[in-house]
Ligand binder design. Sequence first.
Ligand code: FNR
Length: 187
Amino acid sequence: MKVAAIVGSIRKESYNLKLARYIQNRYQHLFQLDVLNIRDLPFYDQDIESAPPQSVIDFKAKVAAADAVLWVTPEYNSTIPGVMANAIDWLSRVDRVMNGKPSWIVGSSMGLLGSVKAQGHLRDILFSSGISSPLLPGNEVYIGLVHEKLNEKGELTDEPTIKFLDLVAENFVTWMKEQSRLKQLQS
Ligand code: FNR
């Protein structure tokens, strides 16, 4: 199974990027995770949406090729960062490669609440908008105080968090199998 990861932080030492890399490594026996580049996407602009730059073409092609998208979000001012909203805007237009594609959301922040508000907004955007992405139900992953839970190698060190993430990763795979069975029945 191929999963594309969209990380809502473009800074080099991003905790959420580290979390995406940790998931990529730890669950490689379950799925192949491709962490996508959103740094090079220009601001969404309707004037160029039909003939966008190569960075947009490549980004959309990778999402189109994936069986699902993993959204790894920080929280900026109680919502998702602008870079993530920008990526969603590109995905939602012209060939609409995100429409109907399953999503799994995780996130972390240095505060206690672990991006809970941002994830709430993201669920709403992905599910309720025209994108209509089926979301992994339940299994909500809010990693608060993330700076105390990742070591210098970018590995999670907090045992309860690791155990919970292991369970959610398994649940995600089971749910994805159900999604593809459903798709087969509908076709
Ligand atoms: C933040 N941060 C933050 N944290 C939070 O829990 N709720 C919030 O609303 C915000 N708002 C916010 C706005 C802006 C502009 C910045 C730069 C930061 C703190 C945030 O959780 C922390 O910087 C994380 O480390 C950001 O994620 P990455 O870049 O480490 O992945």
